[in-house]
Design a protein around this ligand. Sequence first.
Ligand SMILES: NC(=O)c1ccc[n+]([C@@H]2O[C@H](COP(=O)([O-])OP(=O)(O)OC[C@H]3O[C@@H](n4cnc5c(N)ncnc54)[C@H](OP(=O)(O)O)[C@@H]3O)[C@@H](O)[C@H]2O)c1
Length: 268
Amino acid sequence: MQALHAIPSVEVMATTRGQLDLSDAGAIQRVVREFAPGHIIHAAAFTAVDRCESEEQTAFAINATATAQLVAVASEVGARLTYLSTDYVFDGEKSTPYLETDTPNPQSIYGRSKFAGEQAVGDQGQIVRISWVCGRLGQNMVKTLIRLATSTDGPLYFVDDQHGCPTLVADLVPTLIRLVLEAPFGTYHVTNQGATTWYEFARSVIALAGGDPERVQPIATVELDPPRPAPRPKNSVLENAQLRQMGWPLLPDWQSSVAALVHELTQR
Ligand SMILES: NC(=O)c1ccc[n+]([C@@H]2O[C@H](COP(=O)([O-])OP(=O)(O)OC[C@H]3O[C@@H](n4cnc5c(N)ncnc54)[C@H](OP(=O)(O)O)[C@@H]3O)[C@@H](O)[C@H]2O)c1
């Protein structure tokens, strides 16, 4: 845990969709002008990766157009903007981890719409790419696996040909806040350390949750039945090169942080 006490006191406004619907350009302007923040952390997105394939217009409206509108009004009120983006901006064909300077080549509508959001930010803000996000709140793979560990029998099939880095919200947030407050505009990769596959990840979580990891069986993405509408990058490991270059501490290895999260979620 980094030194949260070093963070100055700030007033935070977190909006619900009801308070600020990103499909409403007028609402974006009104809310930002009224609150006149010093910083905007733009985390909201249309994240249903497979639905994006059939709802392209909505994906681009929320992930790209609304981001451009936020960039414009942020500039008007003098706010710094930090845009959360994704490993899905890469095509996954690289054989080594992706650097912040690598050229995106998104293959899915979700990835293209998020990359369009990155382009709207350009050099007028920060782009923070994260991947395989799990935390205490919201739906995520750790919660799904904990439920599967205890509520079902039989084999569980997970792909072993998609490689990435989990990002634990509890580890991300201190670094994200520090980036917002201290780092220059630019692109940053922020993930936990260590790459894995969904197969290895599932085995770990099932075991941590008291289930039998041998139930987890590896399959290839092409064996998924039914196939997923959106292509996923087979390699989306993000090298945290900018954090290294700045000499900032990297996030811990994913295993210890996932163990802590599983413990927290199963002790309630
Ligand atoms: N999860 C991952 O593995 C992952 C990986 C890489 C990057 N990211 C990025 O991280 C950020 C957070 O992702 P997440 O996984 O936390 O997503 P999430 O659980 O789907 O949350 C997205 C949020 O955006 C809000 N939203 C969607 N459409 C909106 C609209 N029209 N107006 C206002 N709010 C709207 C949603 O509101 P409702 O609750 O009302 O639907 C929800 O609160 C996103 O930018 C995503 O692209 C996530």
